[in-house]
Each structure stands twice: as C-alpha cells, then as structure tokens.
Design a protein around this ligand. Structure first.
Ligand SMILES: [Zn+2]
Length: 176
C-alpha cells in the first residue's frame, strides 16, 4: 500500500496536534496494518488539514475503480487509547474491502429503482456495512500490533519492522 500523510495548510505548519514525526508514524503504521489486512494494492491519502467531521474520530472516502481512498482523521483521535486507535483505523481500512459492495450494488440498481427506494436501499446497505466493519474490526484489530505498545501484546500478526515499532509509539498518547 502506498500511504501518503500530508497537510495542505497554506502557512506550511502541521495542524496543531500533528507533528511531522507523528504524521510519519501514522503513515508507517497504516502501511503496516494495511499489509496485514490484505490491502497492499491500495493507495491511501491522509490530509491532516482536512479532518473527519466532529461527530467521528475517522472516516474514509473510497474510489474503488482506482483502488484509492482518502482517510480523514479528527484530532480527537489522538486522545484515544492505543487499542481504540487501532480499532478505529482497522475499521476504516476494512471499509476498503467492504465498500465496493455498496458501490457495485448502487450502480447496478440505479435507473431500475425509483429514487426514494434507491435511497432507502443505499441507506440500509450502508448501515449494514458499517455494522459489519465494526464487528470485523473487533475480531481482526487484535491481530495487528498496537500503535505504541511493545510486541508482548501482539497476538497473531507477528512483529512489524523496527521502524514501525519505534515510530508508532508516537501515536499513543497514554502509552497503553
Ligand atoms: Zn465505518
């Protein structure tokens, strides 16, 4: 996976909570986690100047035809525990596997259903996928090394490269 973590602030500074080192750590951890989750052929862009909405820690916009995604992260993400950060990012990455279902289904039904039925279908499918992304994240996140925790807590995925272990500790605010 190609992960680019950037910022587009015109004054050239990273958003308040995101140092360059922390941003680099996020990129490394995402590359590692995506590889563990079978997403090596995707490209992900994270623009930290363009955060997720205030009602969520992270969200993702997927372009399935390009196997590309834009990941939005709210700065409140940094106040989560390492486990919560991992769950959040694994959940968002799992959308890369799941959301093409939504795109394909909606594309196939467009023009065959009345607009309000299509809207209802899309909303129901979106809700179902959201729920499954969360269930799968609960199962799969523990197989990915926590950002910011030593290997002792890793269950199944093995050790990330030393650079990930070192850098990812920057993501953990509380060190747990
Ligand atoms: Zn979701």
């Amino acid at each position: 996976m190609l992960v680019t973590v950037t910022h587009t602030e015109t004054d050239g500074h990273w958003p308040a909570s995101w140092s360059q080192a922390r941003a680099r750590a996020l990129g490394r951890w995402l590359e590692y986690a995506a590889r563990q989750l079978g997403l090596s052929d995707w490209t992900v862009l994270v623009d930290l100047s363009n955060p997720a909405d205030d009602d969520t820690h992270a969200s993702v916009l997927i372009h399935p035809a390009q196997r590309a995604a834009e990941l939005f992260i709210h700065e409140r993400f940094l106040t989560l525990t390492a486990r919560q950060q991992r769950h959040t990012l694994v959940h968002e990455l799992l959308h890369l596997h799941l959301n093409p279902i939504e795109h394909t289904s909606t594309a196939a039904l467009t023009g065959t259903l009345a607009d309000d039925l299509l809207e209802m279908h899309s909303r129901t499918l979106h809700h179902e996928i959201e729920w499954r992304a969360d269930m799968l994240a609960a199962v799969l996140a523990p197989t990915v090394t926590l950002p910011g925790v030593s290997d002792g807590q890793v269950t199944a995925a093995g050790s990330p490269p030393a650079s990930v272990r070192k850098a990812s500790s920057l993501l953990a605010v509380d060190g747990r």
